[in-house]
Design a binder for this molecule. Sequence first.
Ligand code: SF4
Length: 217
Amino acid sequence: MKLQLNKAHYPITALGPGRRIGIWTQGCSIRCPGCVSLDTWNPDRSRSIEVGALVAWCKRACGGATDGITISGGEPFDQPKALSALLDGLMYWRKESGQDFDILCYSGYRVERLRKAHPRLLERIDALMCDPYVERLTTERAWRGSDNQRLVPLTVLGHARYDAYLDVAATGPTRFQVVADGKRIWLVGIPHRGDLERIEQACAERGVSLATTSWRA
Ligand code: SF4
């Protein structure tokens, strides 16, 4: 089973508690106005990776142990079969290694819709960050793009990890991190209004011009 993948990185510290593996899927049919991840919208088979290879990369990248795994996008639920295979692989790793890392998954769909359409997927996710991004609804709450988005713990582990964060201000946990990767700079996390322009300005002042960005068409 193959998953269309935009990128993966370890460690990330701005999308969930602890040092985590981040997996971003490729392809999003929701297309929220103001989305800063335009580069993830179009499905792209050339970005496909075998799920087994992705799970093996996860194990290598974190040295065998991680606090959690964050699956974002793109829209992970637009690839339900591949997402199911990925969740199976991650849960098998968690069980065989005796770890208690949590799985946090982002979605632009409402949890009510996902409960009807994909109940078996939700059984294998510890916490869901759901609902479409709404540009005008700015938020101070952790790990959300807009104030309408809901953090929904789904399992016992999910409640243990996330109940304390249901309304924590974004000034608590890390808001976003910057990853330099060859010729690319990634911003991991949720920027606030004006953050991206400030970063672009700061780069320009240091002689770095951003030729292509994920937040401009
Ligand atoms: S915010 Fe998320 S769900 Fe909305 S268009 Fe962007 S990637 Fe898709």
